[in-house]
Design a protein around this ligand. Structure first.
Ligand code: GLN
Length: 486
């Protein structure tokens, strides 16, 4: 068995036919982690013993003929999902040592389906960032080029899948954090419709934008994981009580007759020419496969980043007020009084980017500024959402780049937050509108860096994303390609 040839779907077949046990499979991934992790640094926590115990339980379940869809399959979780009994840090010192007393709903669903949790993947602190460099426990690296960022904020998840340190991972996406690292690491990443997947037990960044989703080697695995994760949860009042379709059934549907819109604003100045060529070639191949290409416009795209960087920090400043040094994780030593306990714990516990956003958010929400900033941001959000409604009258799917450039060098943008923020211009609008989006590998640059194509669909049309993504995968020649780390 060569684990770099496996997907979740093929591993399921091997496990069901008894050709490999979950313990063997889990050991193989733990060995791989041991071999490459020093270079990739995709994980904050790996729990070998817990993983092997889950694998042994999975083998018993398979022997009893009682396997669930993921039974025995080794995966990782972004360290933003609560895991009972396993440290959960959100990439922040302030949560160092925090062991949740409960599982997030998504964690619980994955465990119920039988998945083996190898560990928790590195991420930008509280998911704030596009390069994973703000992680307090060390930045993960891009397995295609270890000098480069793996994207963010779910960078550790993407790097772990690409480096073959797990079969799949779960990421969270507030402004692109699943799709962008998936693109930079050459894997598949899907941000579901807002409300499709429960956020209960996800450490909140910006609650009206956050959504959890699958990060996988291929589109079939993505469909499988999405089916397991999706559905209503009474513990998240924003999760929608809509039936979960059989996403796997969409895989063979093809794109014949599908109207694919190319938004003019997503191909504008600042787009790297190699990225543009790879994305346009992917579109042309879909046309050959029977899709109809149409030009569309999302005229408020240019304002989306500015609105997002008011709304997201505003929500973050409120969400992060709970980290006071009293209830969770880190507490400053020897405070003189309660105020100093708060001040010192937060000053020492949070990193620079998180503090910047708490300050921006607090400012935008304060009396006298609320109307000028926060309310204005919400109005722009409505305009951005309307752009999508209008565009989807002319097409079924929007096709575009995920990010304006391939992965950049570590350190290149970290001291220039504005250029980092602007790199999210093509992914942020979907979060503001709540629509689903996927990144699928579409090609490699001359320097050998992966480039993904982004597909976006109307609310709750994930099955169309899966069908179209599968067609991209079949025609782009990137399926099964992993970086050569050895
Ligand atoms: N890069 C964006 C930010 O820093 C998006 C992050 C995310 O989706 N979590 O906020």
């Amino acid at each position: 068995m060569n684990i770099s040839d496996l997907t979740m779907v093929s591993a399921r077949g091997l496990l069901d036919r008894g050709e490999v046990s979950s313990v063997e499979l889990t050991r193989a991934f733990l060995d791989r982690i041991g071999a490459v992790e020093e270079r990739v640094r995709a994980y904050i926590t790996v729990d070998r013993d817990a993983a092997l115990a889950q694998a042994a339980a999975a083998d018993r379940r398979i022997a009893e003929g009682n396997a669930g869809p993921l039974t025995g399959i080794p995966i990782s979780l972004k360290d933003v999902l609560c895991t009972e009994g396993m440290q959960t840090t959100a990439g922040s010192r302030i949560l160092e040592g925090f062991v949740p007393p409960y599982d997030a709903t998504v964690t619980a669903r994955l465990k119920e389906a039988g998945a083996v949790i190898l560990g928790k993947a590195a991420m930008d602190e509280f998911a704030m960032g596009s390069s994973s460099e703000t992680c307090a426990f060390g930045a993960p690296r891009n397995p295609w080029d270890l000098e480069r960022i793996c994207g963010g904020s779910s960078g550790g998840s993407a790097a772990a899948v690409a480096a073959c340190e797990c079969l799949a991972s779960i990421g969270s996406d507030t402004g692109g954090s699943i799709r962008q690292p998936a693109s930079h690491c050459g894997i598949v990443g899907l941000k579901p419709t807002y409300g499709r997947v429960s956020r209960f037990g996800l450490l909140a960044y910006a609650s009206s934008l956050d959504q959890l989703g699958p990060m996988t080697r291929d589109v079939a695995d993505c469909a499988l994981l999405l089916s397991v994760m999706s559905g209503h949860d009474p513990r998240d009042s924003t999760s929608v009580d809509e039936p979960v379709p059989d996403y796997g059934a969409a895989l063979g549907r093809g794109v014949k007759g599908m109207r694919i819109g190319l938004p003019a604003e997503y191909f504008s100045a600042g787009l790297d020419p190699e990225v543009e060529e790879i994305v346009r070639r992917a579109a042309a191949r879909l046309e050959e496969a029977g899709a109809e290409l149409v030009e569309v416009s999302l005229p408020h795209t240019d304002y989306a980043v500015a609105a997002y960087y008011i709304i997201a920090p505003a929500e973050a400043s409120s969400n992060l007020s709970r980290y006071d040094g009293v209830r969770f994780g880190f507490r400053a030593a020897d405070p003189a009084d309660l105020l100093e306990l708060y001040l010192e714990s937060r000053s020492q516990g949070f990193g620079a980017e998180v503090k910047r956003r708490i300050m921006i958010g607090t400012y935008a929400l304060s009396a006298g500024y609320y109307d000028a900033y926060y309310l204005k941001g919400l109005k722009v959000r409505t305009l951005v959402a309307r752009d999508f409604t209008n565009a989807f009258e002319k097409c079924d799917i929007l096709l575009s780049p995920v990010a304006p450039t391939p992965a950049w060098k570590i350190g290149e943008k970290i001291s220039d937050p504005l250029s980092m923020y602007l790199s999210d211009i093509l992914t942020i609008p979907a979060n503001l509108a709540g629509v689903p989006g996927i990144s699928v590998p579409a090609g490699l640059t001359a320097a050998g860096l992966p480039v993904g194509v982004q597909l976006q669909a109307p609310h709750f049309r994930e099955q169309d994303l899966i069908a179209c993504a599968r067609a991209v995968e079949e025609t782009a020649g990137m399926a099964g390609r992993l970086p050569e780390l050895d």
